[in-house]
Design a protein around this ligand. Structure first.
Ligand SMILES: [Zn+2]
Length: 527
């Protein structure tokens, strides 16, 4: 009896969406969505699917709630600070819809067992950094799960759909694609091949009134024949390229931007040269002084950090003034001129620090606002919803085409971008065992620092098992097997490596057999 009441309540809850053409609530209530990242986008998307009665949600997030999240992330409230996002979101979603099943993981997406991914119908990326997106893209390609990816920066955002080859759903419309091919072939046939077709075309022009009859007799048989031929080869010849897949996320980002941690580590080796560097340096000084990293949730620690950063900023301003105005020149300057200099420097490096800047800089935070998050997350939800029907063999509408949309909130404009699949894509292309990496290094970096920087970028390599060469000249910069080419202290500049040059890292010995990656193309950017 209780079950019956539950069913009646449910059917009332979902009554309006049942009115949508092609809707089947069973698809939703048996569906499983994985949402990776439970921030501004993830909260909204999770809410959308919870309200429409999804059977199960899997939430992944390794962050805890911060005060600055409360301006956007609608599942969190004041007082939640410090708790895992995925856990709190799961609680709140259950309050919204008690029939929801939800699993949550306070964990890195790379560490999850594949079975968790396998369970989901569609994977929705709502992440805030490139590397996590690249890894998720790779996982979805490998296990052939459709993925909807989205992101925002300030007043802009984007949504991309990734349908991997062989995931069993058609991206484009089969009928339309076959028609297009038939159409193209008809342009190419010759009179010799099909004289009756051409003759008929001529007669159609002359005898408008007989068109229908002639078509029936002479045109349609030819079309029928070509269509039959096209259909016969379509599945193996055309479908994989034009039907069943989109470019992947990596196709758009062949070379990922340098890791933030790397830029920070690099900054510490030299003198701060901008406003952000001073705060990064202050964090290290804070740790030295107090024995732990500043907790950005504690107001007095942020204030102490801000004080140290402020001193660094003042030293930077002073240094720039001294570098630009020689000591002997200073005597001849009027007070007004000196003030102008200082105002100029202030303009370059910004005014004194504000409290909230510490977290924004150290956390590498990007501008974010709820309005744009709502728009982008809603598009992600809508596309994921259509995909959920597709993976269950149903259709309430095709995925958006082209599979990438950009939104500009300043002008209120949507642009669909025609993105291309790259044959040399390291995730979905034919190249295996290669990886592109961008390293930011200090100007005085040495060969040893390349290995350090690789480690910070999460590519830990044993210097005893990897060789560094110049792919153009074949010059060897590092070879652990050759004593003469084994000086970690030799400066990159003395090897004539310039900014944006590429070096190749190749495995030797045991690494050659064991490493999944057989070649790193490393772009060196000096900072
Ligand atoms: Zn790709």
């Amino acid at each position: 009896m209780t079950e019956k009441i539950e069913d009646i309540v449910k059917s009332r809850m979902y009554a309006r969406q049942q009115l949508i053409d092609g809707w089947d609530q069973e698809v939703i209530s048996n569906g499983c969505m994985m949402i990776v990242g439970v921030g501004a986008l993830g909260c909204e998307i999770a809410k959308d699917f919870t309200l429409m009665g999804i059977g199960k949600l899997i939430l992944i997030d390794l962050d805890t709630i911060e005060t600055s999240n409360l301006s956007r992330q609608m599942l969190f409230r004041p007082g939640d600070e410090g708790r895992p996002k995925a856990e709190v979101a799961a609680e709140r979603l259950k309050e919204m819809n008690p029939y929801l099943n939800v699993d949550f993981y306070f964990e890195k997406l790379q560490k999850l067992p594949m079975s968790v991914y396998e369970e989901s119908d569609v994977v929705i990326a709502a992440l805030d950094n490139f590397n996590a997106r690249l890894d998720l893209n790779k996982i979805c390609l490998r296990i052939k799960k459709p993925m909807v990816e989205g992101g925002t920066v300030g007043f802009e955002g984007h949504v991309q759909i990734v349908i991997p080859e062989g995931c069993g759903i058609e991206y484009k419309n089969r009928e339309r694609e076959i028609e297009n091919l038939v159409e193209t072939r008809l342009w190419d046939i010759t009179e010799m091949e099909y004289p009756e077709y051409f003759k008929a075309q001529g007669r159609i022009e002359e005898l408008e009134e007989e068109i229908e009859r002639i078509k029936e007799k002479e045109i349609n048989p030819v079309i029928k024949k070509i269509r039959k031929e096209t259909e016969m080869v379509f599945d193996w010849k055309y479908a994989p390229e034009i039907l069943d897949q989109t470019p992947c996320y990596r196709c758009l980002i062949p070379i990922p931007p340098a890791d933030d941690k790397l830029v920070a580590a690099c900054t510490l080796k030299g003198l701060p040269r901008n406003r952000n560097h001073c705060v990064i340096k202050a964090e290290v000084q804070f740790e030295k002084k107090y024995g732990h990293k500043p907790d950005l949730n504690l107001n007095d620690e942020v204030l102490k950090l801000k004080e140290i950063a402020q001193v660094e900023l003042e030293k930077l301003r002073e240094r720039v003034f001294n570098e630009n105005v020689a000591a002997e020149e200073r005597e001849s300057l009027t007070e007004k001129e000196i003030e102008d200099w200082k105002a100029n420097i202030n303009e370059t490096f910004g005014p004194d620090y504000k409290f909230e800047e510490m977290e924004n800089i150290l956390g590498n935070k990007i501008a974010a606002i709820q309005t744009v998050s709502s728009i982008i997350s809603s598009i992600e939800s809508q596309e994921a919803l259509k995909l959920l029907f597709r993976v269950n063999g149903r259709n309430i509408g095709p995925p958006m085409e082209p599979p990438y949309v950009n939104y500009n909130g300043i002008y209120g404009q949507f642009d669909h971008l025609h993105i291309l699949r790259r044959d040399d894509c390291l995730a979905c292309g034919k190249i295996e065992g290669e990886e592109n990496v961008q390293l930011v290094v200090p100007f005085d970096a040495d060969v040893g620092y390349i290995f350090k920087a690789m480690e910070i970028s999460e590519h830990k390599l044993d210097p005893e098992l990897w060789m560094i060469t110049n792919p153009m000249t074949k010059e060897i910069y590092w070879n652990p097997y050759m004593p003469s080419l084994k000086d970690p202290n030799i400066k990159l500049t003395s090897l004539k490596i310039k900014s944006n040059d590429i070096v190749t890292l190749s495995p030797l010995g045991k690494a050659l057999a064991e490493s999944e990656i057989k070649k790193y193309n490393v772009i060196i950017a000096f900072m």
